[in-house]
Design a protein around this ligand. Structure first.
Ligand code: SF4
Length: 484
């Protein structure tokens, strides 16, 4: 499961900078596309290369090494990366012939040596489980050879690497807890590019969280392709748990237990998590959320379609009815929880009636927000191999427009419920629209803006909500919250 960081795919990805080490003499330009896991991985890569003599730079022209952390989730995301590679190569030819170029992430894993053989635009190809091998691979490249490592691991979780927080606001951070996914949804490349599911040791997660708290961070999002599937029993793949010893089974830590440990380790810190899968989410997770004030009342619960035949064709292992039951239970335990979705319009063979089922499911849930896309066939996936991408582009686009319009309506309905209430907002940055206003989020993950007054970034502030748009709450601070 994935939740995309919303980036205009036609624009440059996020270029990451970290503080300079005087002793480092080489320059790294690293750019990231796609999901939050990629942004988190780029922090791990920067940390590994910082030990190898690299400082990050914002200037492509000055870079000794350019790395692009890539996304394969849709064809458009890959086209964007190809355009960026053309740009890097143009700069290399005209201004910086010594520059070396590398591809990281899901496209590296999907295309493997094709990048070196056919595309001839890169010197280095490194898959998501091979970043610790970067020092060796870069030595190869320095010696004039192309280098590749795309081996997927059964163990690697990077739990022993302290990521360097890049371009951070100093308030919110991501902490990876699982890697890979075993679910094999038929439209998804993740099981092929990120490998089998494995979980990170809880103690290393708690240590990273404690370190973030000591540096002044106030909110952590626990990250994984499928966090509900988190299971630590001493290492190894999730699928091998049945072979664990009785002792390992008795002391295993699941996601609800991990959440509880995090919330207790740092009671003043807010916790979120992403992403959940309906078939793997259990109610003990929601009960743990309800028990701790510092676990935010927000769950991203992608469904992708509202129709049972399409859910089956997607290999989503739950029905529409089971999804409704889960939503009802979640709302029973936490009535003011916010829920968001991922939705795919125009999956192969989807009929108009089946599309209407998606709209009626949305009407039932009334999601707070969502991430909605037209189906994009990905080579190598089960749907790509077995199903014809038979819904015409204009039909997919019209269905997507209908889904998006309905979501806007529901988002506005949800934000309006907050008007008149006082909510705790964690200040993250200045508002994009006005330098006189702060921007932060409430527990439900909705953005709120309000006049700055004497407050500062990182403060928890009680804000009276006076107005809203479909995506943003507007208000006035009424004082510090008791979480400061
Ligand atoms: S296979 Fe399914 S559950 Fe796993 S990452 Fe892809 S969409 Fe999510």
């Amino acid at each position: 499961m994935y939740m995309e960081k919303i980036i205009d795919e036609n624009k440059q990805g996020e270029n990451l900078i970290l503080e300079h080490k005087e002793s480092n003499s080489r320059k790294l330009f690293i750019e990231s596309y796609g999901c939050q896991m990629n942004f988190s991985d780029s922090e791990i890569v920067a940390s590994i290369l910082s030990e190898e003599g690299f400082n990050t730079t914002k200037s492509l022209e000055d870079a000794d090494l350019v790395l692009v952390n890539t996304c394969s989730i849709r064809d458009k995301a890959e086209q964007t990366v190809r355009k960026r590679l053309e740009k890097y190569n143009a700069v290399k030819r005209s201004k910086n012939p010594k520059m070396k170029i590398g591809v990281l992430g899901c496209m590296a894993e999907r295309l493997k040596s094709k990048f070196l053989e056919e595309e001839k635009m890169v010197d280095l190809v490194v898959g998501p489980d091979a970043y610790k091998d970067l020092p060796n691979l870069i030595s190869e490249v320095d010696d004039g050879r192309n280098a590749i490592n795309v081996i997927l691991s059964k163990e690697e979780t990077y739990g022993d690497i302290a990521p360097v927080r890049l371009n951070s606001n100093g308030v919110t951070a991501f902490v990876s807890i699982t890697r890979g996914c075993d679910n094999m949804c038929t439209f998804c490349v993740v099981p092929f590019t990120r490998g089998r599911e494995r979980s990170r040791e809880p103690q290393s997660i708690i240590e990273e969280i404690n370190d973030l708290a000591s540096k002044g961070f106030k909110e952590v999002t626990l990250l994984g392709q499928n966090v509900d599937s988190y299971l630590w029993y001493g290492g190894g793949l999730k699928k091998d748990f049945k072979k664990a010893t009785d002792m390992q089974k008795a002391t295993a830590v699941n996601f609800a237990m991990l959440l509880d440990m995090c919330a207790k380790a740092q009671p003043k810190m807010r916790f979120r998590f992403s992403t959940s899968n309906p078939q793997d989410m259990t109610l003990d997770v929601i009960e743990t959320m309800a028990k701790h004030r510092n676990i935010c009342n927000y769950v991203h619960l992608p469904v992708q379609s509202g129709n049972n035949r399409i859910l089956k064709a997607m290999n989503r292992l739950h029905t529409r009815e089971e999804y409704f039951e889960l939503i009802d239970n979640i709302r029973r335990i936490i009535p003011d929880i916010a829920i968001s979705q991922d939705m795919i319009a125009g999956f192969p063979t989807e009929t108009e009636e089946e599309h209407q089922d998606t709209l009626s499911l949305m009407d039932y849930v009334k999601y707070d927000f969502g991430f909605m896309f037209a189906y994009s066939e990905r080579p190598g996936t089960l749907a790509g191999r077995r199903m014809e991408d038979d819904i015409p582009v204009d039909v997919k686009q019209r269905r997507l427009n209908e889904i998006q319009a309905l979501q806007r309506e529901h988002s506005h309905y949800r934000t309006k419920q907050n008007v008149g209430k006082v909510q705790e907002i964690l200040i993250e940055k200045s508002s994009k629209k006005s330098d006189a206003h702060w921007s932060g989020r409430n527990s439900q993950n909705t953005v709120a803006v309000f006049p700055k007054e004497h407050y500062k970034v990182g403060d928890f502030v009680n804000v009276k909500i006076t107005d809203c748009t479909s995506a943003t709450l507007i208000g006035e601070a009424v004082g510090y919250s008791d979480n400061n």
